[in-house]
Ligand binder design. Structure first.
Ligand code: ADP
Length: 448
């Protein structure tokens, strides 16, 4: 079934048409019987009237009239004698002259007949009316009564359409609420004034959402707890390795490799913790005004030695007398992490001597942070996937030979979502990757 609405309308209309059809047929039959009864009554009266006419009057009656009469005289012990008849009926005995109704065929038509024996005298009156005319008359009266019902059917269809649409409104509202939910929003559905039929659905969906929320919480807490617990042993391991390197200089190559592995593990643990702490829902209250330019400046200064080691030039633009200032409402730690992750990637994946450009600007409604580099860039088909957790271009080994765990951009996306920012990934005019993040600008009166 494609649409409940279409099904209900078709089913209701089909039932309506069937009911109207059956009652029309029955009504038609009953009306026909009633009409015949009325016409018979009329014929009876006409026979009574004819009995009072003079024979001359009867003979001169118009032959085109739809009523015909014969006047007979009873002859005791013999054949009745025809006294008079109208021009449209032959002067012969049409049937047995027994009182009551019957049918006869003459003058090319079928006639309804009525034989009347008046109480006084010895007359017999035969009155006849054309059956086809009676039938046409009855049919036209009945059709006129029934036709409007058929004409109302399209209007009924329209009304049913509107009523069904109204009845399905709560279902649309439910679908809209579910569709409008953000990917991380597992809060229960609130459908006030819902019909009882939807109670069960809403309860089931809400219980599913709450179980999902619980499962997500447990999963996040487990990863975060595990990462947290791993931090201390990793630090101890690092110190032990340092001491080991001091005591055994002849094994420095192997110890270096071990140290490198432990550093990767430390980075992974730190990123898992960041990912957990900076998930929408974890952070939201306590936003303050953050100047993106100042944050970028600080992040560049902090990472300067790493860029310098690779001979990379980092340029920051957008400063000076900026009006308006690129201030956003946000969490300073989260925004700092976002900028650092983008900068770290630009430095990490760009070769020695590459250029890195950071630009922070503000428009009428938005503040934009751009981080671009002259590195290898990101293939078009990968620009969506790089934000997935643990996804790295080229899998475990990146062309640059740089190690990583594929969480940095997932964290960036979480932080952007948290601040209602959008991310666009492009090829930079410098030749490498270009990440542009657009935040809603914090207006002066809103400043917390
Ligand atoms: P990680 O750097 O730990 O692998 P990220 O989530 O930070 O994880 O990045 C995901 C992938 O996106 C990286 O593995 C890399 O392939 C690609 N990437 C990110 N930034 C850049 C960049 N500036 N230049 C080229 N590739 C990049």
């Amino acid at each position: 079934m494609k649409s409940i609405r279409v099904f209900l309308i078709v089913a209701t209309l089909a039932t309506l048409v069937l009911v109207v059809f059956i009652s029309t047929v029955q009504g038609y039959r009953a009306s026909m019987v009633e009409a015949q009864r009325l016409f018979d009554g009329q014929l009876q009266e006409q026979a009574h009237f004819a009995a009072s006419l003079r024979t001359d009057d009867l003979s001169h009656m118009d032959r085109d009239t739809h009523a015909a009469y014969q006047l007979w005289q009873r002859v005791p012990g013999g054949e009745p004698l025809l006294l008079a008849h109208t021009g449209n009926i032959p002067g012969v005995l049409l049937a047995n002259l027994t009182p009551g109704f019957g049918y006869a065929n003459f003058s090319g038509y079928r006639w309804r007949t009525y034989v009347y024996f008046p109480d006084h005298g010895n007359l017999i009156v035969v009155a006849a009316a054309r059956d086809d005319i009676r039938f046409q008359l009855a049919e036209s009266v009945i059709t006129e009564a029934i036709l409007p019902i058929a004409l109302w059917l399209p209007l009924s269809g329209l009304l049913i359409w509107l009523i069904v649409g109204r009845g399905l409104k709560p279902l649309h509202a439910l679908a809209q609420q579910l569709r409008g939910k953000a990917s991380h929003d597992l809060s229960p559905i609130d459908l006030p004034r819902r019909p009882v039929e939807l109670d069960q659905v809403v309860h089931s969906v809400n219980s599913l959402l709450s179980r999902l929320q619980g499962a997500f919480e447990r999963e996040k807490r487990f990863a975060a707890d595990a990462a947290h617990e791993l931090r201390t042993p990793i630090s101890v391991l690092k110190i032990q390795l340092h001491n080991l390197a001091q005591g055994h200089p002849e094994q420095s190559a192997q110890i270096d490799q071990l140290q490198h592995g432990v550093e990767r593990m430390q980075h992974l643990v730190a990123q898992i913790l960041d990912l957990h702490m900076l998930t929408p829902g974890q952070l939201s209250a306590g936003f303050v005004a953050v100047d993106l330019y100042l944050s970028a400046q600080q992040a560049i200064a902090d990472g300067y030695s790493r860029f310098a080691d690779k001979g990379q030039a980092v340029e920051l633009t957008g400063g000076g007398d900026r009006a308006p200032a690129p201030t956003v409402a946000g969490d300073p730690f989260a925004l700092d992490t976002l900028i650092r992750n983008l900068l770290t990637n630009a430095g990490k994946y760009s070769p020695r001597g590459a250029c890195i450009h950071v630009d922070v600007s503000a428009g009428a409604e938005t503040a934009t942070l751009v981080v671009e580099d002259s590195g290898p860039g990101i293939p078009e088909g990968e620009r969506e996937r790089i934000f997935e957790r643990f996804h790295r271009v080229g899998g475990d080994r990146h062309d640059s030979g740089e190690s990583g765990c594929g969480l940095g951009l997932a964290i960036v996306r979480n932080i952007a979502e948290l601040h209602h920012a959008t991310i666009a990934v492009d090829r930079s005019p410098l030749g490498g990757a270009r990440f542009a993040l657009t935040f809603p600008l914090l207006r002066e009166p809103d400043t917390p």
